[in-house]
Ligand binder design. Structure first.
Ligand code: CA
Length: 377
């Protein structure tokens, strides 16, 4: 299978929430839908005992349908996504994982011709190196999305694929778990991607991407990238200046299919991207994902941070300003979460607590005034 034919490993983003009245949610309706689905799945070769076992315990999960309309990668800013994707903590942990699984990564790199840092970066991004694989029952999640969500046809196809996985004996129903949209295991494969690309790399007869041992999952990820047209030895992209040179003055690689990206306009960072950038977008079709994962891989391989100017945010703060706010809050005993420059829930709560203590309006917004107040402490 070559580029252009591999299905995405992860579902594409929801463009919009379902219009009112379209998301049917009553359990009687769900049961009726399951009966209809059972017929269709049987017609696609799923055996009755598998249908009985899988659908007999399927439950409608409204929270999964709600989650389908918000994927953070598509609502956060590009800069926040990059800061999160290649945070200092994730780089440090990724280097530890590369060292700990050195032999496995070497075998995978040799066999699939995909750089170890790229596979490790996807692992880090998708599940924090296996720590967050998702604990939602895949059959229930996909059935809920196929019944009550938009893009029902896509999720019904994934549900059939999930049942094929169970039928093949690779995993038990009890272990068939994942995140909200049926993305499963260490690197969050959706069922159709699993069927097309997963491999049994440890040779025990099962393709296990769910268990604690990441061997099959990491090899399957490399297999996916290879199948999607990954080119060993080529960068995903490089950061370039206004003249098209790399930031250290070297000329950019002369590779076919080069494309200039200026995701934040001018002024803003510029990237010259190549074939492997487009392969990463097949894994998860978001620019921020491909740049974030590609950059994390570069950092794991010893590369430096981006140096181009990111525009200041709506409050006039740079990434460094936001990190300084977090550092100063932490020093004062508030908990802003990870020092990554991303103003998430924890940082907002810490800002509110600081503002309350100082008798300020506790709006939780990171502003220049807030930074100035923190510096006065
Ligand atoms: Ca195996």
């Amino acid at each position: 299978m070559g580029p252009g034919t591999a299905p995405p490993a992860r579902p594409a983003p929801q463009e919009e929430a379902p219009p009112p009245g379209q998301g049917a949610t009553d359990s009687a309706g769900f049961e009726a839908w399951l009966r209809g689905f059972r017929q269709r799945a049987a017609g696609k070769g799923i055996a009755q005992p598998v249908l009985d076992a899988a659908l007999g315990r399927a439950a409608y999960l409204p929270e999964v349908v709600a989650a389908a309309s918000r994927q953070p990668e598509f609502t956060r800013s590009l800069e926040d996504n990059i800061a999160l994707a290649a945070s200092d903590a994730r780089i440090k942990l990724g280097k530890r994982k590369l060292a700990r699984h050195r032999g496995l990564f070497s075998r995978i790199e040799r066999h699939f011709q995909v750089e170890r840092e790229v596979v490790c970066a996807i692992w880090g991004h998708e599940s924090t190196f296996g720590a967050r694989r998702g604990d939602i029952e895949v059959v229930s999640a996909l059935a809920s999305l196929a019944y009550g969500g938009v893009r029902a046809g896509f999720f019904e196809g994934e549900l059939v694929a999930a049942l094929k996985i169970v039928q093949a004996g690779d995993v038990t129903l009890r272990k068939l778990r994942g995140s909200w949209a049926g993305a499963m295991g260490h690197t969050q494969f959706i069922p159709s991607s699993y069927l097309a690309h997963a491999v049994d790399f440890d040779g025990d007869g099962r393709r296990d991407i769910w268990g604690d041992d990441p061997t099959d999952a990491l090899a399957s990820t490399a297999a996916y990238l290879r199948d999607a047209g990954w080119r060993f030895g080529e960068p995903w992209g490089v950061e370039v200046d206004a003249r098209g040179r790399q930031m250290d003055g070297r000329p950019a690689p002369d590779l076919p299919g080069a494309q200039l990206l200026q995701p934040l306009g001018d002024p803003g960072p510029r990237f010259l991207v190549f074939n492997n950038y487009r392969v990463l977008r097949r894994y998860n079709n978001a620019m921020a994902y491909a740049i974030g994962v590609g950059h994390l891989a570069d950092r794991l391989a010893g590369g430096g941070p981006f140096v181009g100017p990111f525009p200041r945010d709506g409050q006039g703060l740079s990434l460094e300003d936001r990190k300084e706010i977090q550092r100063r809050l932490k020093r004062l005993g508030f908990d802003p979460g990870t020092i990554d420059g991303v103003i998430g829930d924890k940082t907002v709560a810490a800002i509110r607590a600081f503002q309350s203590e100082r008798g300020l309006s506790a709006d939780g917004v990171a502003t220049r005034e807030l930074l100035a107040a923190l510096r006065r402490r």
